[in-house]
Design a protein. Structure first.
Length: 169
């Protein structure tokens, strides 16, 4: 019998490939403009107006890098956890530009479940790689404190594994 619970979670969003390429190209362009400004400063008898031409590209780069889409960041989302007869399905409801793949965890591959108190996430470790998991052999699942008791109860009932608590000081 399948049992589904919905929990508040967060998911790591990486910048798109196009944005990462654009950032690298922007770094090269800014480096070139700043190098030319510094070189021009020394060749034009220490003219500070030439040196100031290298400031604007640096400001543009720093402003672009501070945008949320230009760096990895977490986004709050709801997660549907479906406890099937032999598989845990983790479905992220986040509907952004890129759909997040469901994680299907066969209970027989689940090696350990650890909870990190400091970062407040559950680390599901697997014996073998699981498609859709963050690192292949593990998946970090952030569960809201209010949802934790229901999640812990359902997970221990379905898998028979005890959750180990890690306190990273």
């Amino acid at each position: 019998m399948e049992h589904t619970i919905t929990v508040q979670s967060k998911v790591l969003i990486q910048p798109s490939l196009g944005r990462r390429i654009f950032i690298k190209a922007l770094w090269v362009a800014v480096f070139f403009v700043v190098a030319c400004a510094v070189l021009g400063f020394f060749l034009e008898d220490f003219n500070f107006r030439i040196l100031m031409k290298g400031v604007l590209p640096g400001v543009i780069l720093s402003r672009f890098l501070s945008l949320e889409g230009s760096r990895p960041h977490f986004r709050n989302t709801l997660v549907d956890l479906t406890f099937g007869p032999d598989t845990l399905t983790i479905h992220y409801q986040y509907q952004g530009k890129r759909k997040i793949e469901d994680v299907l965890v066969p209970y027989r591959l689940l090696d350990a479940v650890e909870y990190n108190e400091q970062a407040q996430f559950y680390q599901l470790r697997f014996i073998a790689p699981v498609p859709g998991a963050v690192g292949g052999n593990f998946h970090l699942l952030y569960v809201d404190d209010a949802s934790s008791p229901a999640f812990i109860s359902a997970l221990t009932k379905a898998t028979g594994l005890a959750i180990t608590y890690a306190n990273a000081n």
